[in-house]
Write a protein that binds this ligand. Structure first.
Ligand SMILES: [Zn+2]
Length: 406
């Protein structure tokens, strides 16, 4: 499997020469990347090589192996299948939305529950102060004075990161030298991004195209940093690459069966680090004052955000209809305004995210449900924080695939 792992890394780098999105992180031998650049391989050849490796892996008998090796084998199969699917998309294949997400991410988004969404919308309607205009316009007005002033942004992010890091390090052993830097950028289709550089270092970029609301820093600190993507990458590098020598984990394709687990665990990690009301309290008592925002609205805003989470399956629905050609970009943006209560500008940006990352959108909420269910089924319920942290740590340290997490 070491040889196949190495071949996989080289294939992933080869795909990266055709698809600038594909290689999300790489910290393996520098000369392999140089080789991929200088000897650009045709897509057809890459696809065939992936299929040969899959066949070889399927012939390996792993039944007598320990769990880690069985996971390694099934992970490599799924990862190579995902790579082959991305290659055929780059060659022009168009899959329906659900088939595409199954092929790339080993996951399919269930249809949004219309009744639950209507109930959540009604709940939000009753919490947002009455006034002129649509619900989304009223919500925008309510949020107007929850915007962090630009000159306070860095201080608020720093405080959020420090607290998330402290809470995570109390529960998960991390190398002393792990750290990340924060950069502020513009003009991207995402709100924030973690670029893992290897050697326990990340660069986290935060998009400042739109104003940052007071709930953004803590969410991003956990999702991108602790115990989210930065910690996931540090644990994978330590546990799988350095300790076991599994070279395939030196490359992280963006389109991967790990994506639902990583995005889901990054989202779920927020409430593991800040359970129950502790997030609302920390924001109200520490971040609101730091941002110079009146904490008087904190309680109501937190209640609204809880309900907003209930309607986020609308994002999958908008993406599915749009990418399957049933609605136009502008109709998708309008759908997001009406059903996910996004301002039109943010909705339009999310549609550009659909254009670039396609069915990747499902990883955030389908992944969240998958990870939460998995952790809680193993006893990691909210009233057992030790177990909750331990199950989360085990999950993000091992190469598991969504279809084997039921
Ligand atoms: Zn993420």
């Amino acid at each position: 499997m070491d040889r196949i792992g190495e071949s996989f890394v080289k294939l992933a780098l080869a795909v990266g020469e055709h698809d600038p999105l594909y290689v999300d992180a790489y910290f393996g031998p520098a000369e392999w990347r140089e080789q991929a650049k200088s000897g650009k391989r045709p897509l057809g050849e890459i696809g065939k090589a992936a299929l040969r490796l899959i066949a070889e892996l399927k012939r390996l008998d792993a039944s007598g192996e320990d769990e880690a090796l069985r996971l390694r084998r099934s992970f490599l199969i799924k990862q190579l299948e995902s790579l082959a699917a991305r290659v055929s998309m780059l060659e022009g294949a168009k899959l329906p939305f659900d088939e595409e997400s199954k092929a790339l991410f080993d996951a399919v988004a269930p249809r949004a529950d219309e009744r639950r969404i209507r109930e959540a919308l009604a709940g939000i309607d009753s919490l947002v102060p009455p006034g002129e205009g649509t619900l989304v316009e009223r919500l925008d007005r309510f949020k107007n004075d929850l915007v962090i002033p630009k000159d306070r942004l860095d201080a608020v992010f720093a405080a959020a990161i420090a607290e998330a890091r402290k809470r995570t390090r109390e529960r998960i052993e991390l190398p002393e030298d792990e750290s990340f830097t924060v950069e502020y950028v513009k003009g991207e289709p995402w709100g924030a991004y973690n670029w893992y550089k290897g050697g326990n270092r990340s660069v986290i970029q935060i998009n400042t195209d739109f104003p940052s609301f007071i709930d953004a820093p803590l969410g991003l600190a956990c999702h991108e940093g602790y115990p989210g993507h930065h910690v996931q990458n540090v644990l994978m590098e330590q546990g799988l690459v350095k300790d076991r020598g599994w070279i395939e984990f030196t490359v992280s394709p963006l389109f991967s069966p790990l994506s639902p687990i990583n995005e889901g665990a990054a989202n779920f990690g927020v409430e593991v680090a800040f359970p129950g009301d502790s997030r609302a309290e920390f924001e109200r008592d520490v971040l609101y004052p730091l941002a110079g925002i009146d904490p008087g609205k904190a309680e109501r805003y937190f209640a609204i955000r809880k309900l907003l989470r209930e309607i986020n399956y609308s994002e999958n629905e908008a993406a599915r209809r749009y990418l399957d050609g049933e609605i136009t970009a502008e109709e998708a943006a309008q759908y997001l305004c009406d059903n996910a209560l996004m301002s039109l500008e943010r909705a339009r940006r999310l549609v550009t995210f659909f254009d670039r990352y396609r069915s990747y959108i499902i990883n955030y909420n389908v992944g969240y449900d998958l990870v939460k269910r998995y952790v809680e089924k193993r006893g990691g319920t909210e009233d057992r924080p030790d177990k909750r942290w331990e199950e989360l740590r085990l999950l993000i340290s091992s190469p598991r695939v969504p279809s084997e997490m039921q």
